[in-house]
Design a protein around this ligand. Structure first.
Ligand SMILES: Nc1ncnc2c1ncn2[C@@H]1O[C@H](COP(=O)(O)OP(=O)(O)OP(=O)(O)O)[C@@H](O)[C@H]1O
Ligand SMILES: [Mg+2]
Length: 314
């Protein structure tokens, strides 16, 4: 073969002369194998005939292939490629915001109708059923919001006060979980943080909420400060920057070892009303900040989630 680089191509390359294949690359060998498995034993001849008939595509094992002639003169050189490889993936075609929009209309109708039934009926059983429909509709709405948040997340960085950030969060949690003893430790040298406040709030809040939900009554401790043990090497500035460490510990039942690996899997939940997206969102937000989350858990003792985020300040 005169041109060595065709061997590196992932696209099948053939050289044809006098209606016969005279050379091919490894990707073409694979295509031949595929044809053989599909019951086409004389693929080289079939291909040569198609090319001389001027055909530009053909089907093989439910897949469609295209033929591109790169040298029309003898010896002819052609590329054969899967047309589906050039189609946009489902992910590219699937627009999550229009999906969410399409789902919103029927959900609003279900929601409104159930509320109407709830208001009009005096039958306890029907009331109960309408209540279930309402609750589940809320759950789907919540899930859709979370999925939307996860797709194409963009951060909005800004500087904010740590004290104010924590106050907002703890106020709402103490109302929701009055039997949990919440304690906060802030390192004295940490007054402001540069990050996406709203999203970091969501990440920390999701983990705090889990810690509170894991136990009926007990202790949840949030510790926030700069990690003295490690620095983050910022490629853009070439400087080592400190890492913010937020750790949330609870005295709940802990997570069994075999479950730890599933915690960040979408839709993994052990709760009746859970979406299984809380930790996935916390992880995505942390990773968007170029950080990471660690979990340590002992069954019967409790769990600690730690968020590490580099304090990159442009
Ligand atoms: N602190 C914790 N202690 C024990 N188990 C936990 C803790 N945090 C998370 N888990 C386990 O991880 C699962 C997934 O948590 P995640 O926050 O992703 O979803 P969820 O809490 O079930 O639902 P949602 O966050 O939508 O309310 C939980 O259902 C629970 O089993
Ligand atoms: Mg949760």
């Amino acid at each position: 073969m005169s041109d060595c680089s065709v061997n590196d191509l992932n696209i099948a390359f053939f050289e044809l002369q006098d209606g016969r294949v005279t050379d091919m690359n490894p990707a073409a060998e694979k295509l031949l194998q595929l044809a053989f498995e599909a019951g086409i034993k004389n693929f080289k001849k079939v291909l040569a005939d198609r090319v001389s008939a001027g055909e530009v595509n053909f089907r093989l094992q439910h897949r469609e292939f295209g033929i591109k002639i790169i040298t029309p003169s003898t010896p002819q050189r052609i590329l054969v490629f899967g047309l589906d490889e050039f189609r946009p993936s489902l992910e590219e075609l699937f627009d999550i915001s229009s999906f969410q929009h399409e789902m919103k209309n029927p959900l609003t109708v279900i929601d409104g109708t159930s509320q109407l039934v709830l208001a009009k009926t005096s039958d306890d059983y029907i009331k109960k059923c309408a209540g279930i429909i309402l609750n589940e509709t809320q759950r789907i709405k919540h899930m859709l919001q979370n999925i939307r948040l996860l797709s194409g997340m963009v951060l909005e960085y800004g500087e904010f006060e740590v004290k104010e950030f924590l106050e907002e969060m703890l106020n709402s949690l103490s109302v929701l979980f009055p039997d949990i003893k919440l304690s906060v430790q802030v390192e004295p040298d940490l007054t402001t943080v540069y990050a996406d406040k709203k999203k970091l709030f969501m990440a920390v809040n999701n983990i705090l909420k889990n810690a509170c939900e894991a136990q009926r009554s007990g202790q949840v401790t949030l510790h926030i400060g700069l990690d003295p043990t490690i620095k983050y090497m910022c490629r853009a500035s070439g400087q080592a920057v400190p890492m913010l460490k937020v750790s949330i510990s609870d005295t709940g039942p802990g997570v069994p070892e075999e479950t730890i690996g599933k915690l960040f899997t979408p839709f993994f939940t052990t709760k009746n009303r859970g979406t299984g997206l809380g930790l996935v969102i916390a992880k995505e937000i942390t990773e968007k900040h170029k950080g990471r989350i660690e979990v340590q858990s002992t069954v019967g003792i409790g769990t600690t989630f730690s968020i590490y985020i580099p304090m990159i300040n442009p």
